[in-house]
Design a protein around this ligand. Structure first.
Ligand code: RB5
Length: 156
């Protein structure tokens, strides 16, 4: 898979191991930074990764911040992104099976390296179940379009 990876300064400490793990699993990694531990604003990184996913440049995205929350909130503003903040491998599994999550957001401050590794491997290896979940995911897409249309109409 082609995977875009981005982290803010909180995620910087684990990003090296993350890149090594993904490459070791045979994935092609597109690293959008941040490349130093200097403070950066997580929405800027989330936007870079999210746009690569929705633009088809990569298959999936992985984002890291302190909690995974800021990254997921920001990335989910991009239509077509289904970003999931996952604290354990069960959340990772269900985010794929039920939500067809295309961006994984990891909490560098809240879980240890072994858990991070398990979350990533589970998330990458779990397929989307489809069926009734496909109907629900389609409704998320429809909701994005409905909100965009309403905003356009408000501008007129
Ligand atoms: C940065 O200090 C921190 O707010 C960020 O890494 C993230 O946890 C936000 O949700």
């Amino acid at each position: 898979m082609r995977i875009a990876v981005g982290s803010d300064h909180r995620g910087y400490a684990i990003r090296g191991k993350l890149l090594t793990l993904l490459r070791g699993l045979g994935h092609e990694v597109i690293d959008v930074g941040s490349h130093t531990s200097d403070p950066v604003d997580y929405p800027d990184i989330a936007e870079k990764v999210g746009r690569k996913v929705t633009g088809g440049e990569v298959d999936r995205g992985v984002l890291v911040c302190g909690t995974g929350l800021g990254m997921s909130i920001a990335a989910n503003k991009i239509p077509g992104v289904r970003a999931a903040a996952c604290l354990d491998d069960l959340m990772a599994e269900i985010s794929r099976r039920h939500n067809d999550a295309n961006v994984l957001c990891l909490p560098a401050d809240l879980v240890g390296q072994k858990s991070i590794d398990r979350i990533i491997e589970t998330w990458l290896n779990t397929p989307f179940e489809g069926g009734r979940h496909a109907r629900r995911v389609a409704k998320i897409r429809a909701l994005e379009e409905k909100v965009a249309c309403q905003m356009d109409r408000q501008k007129e």
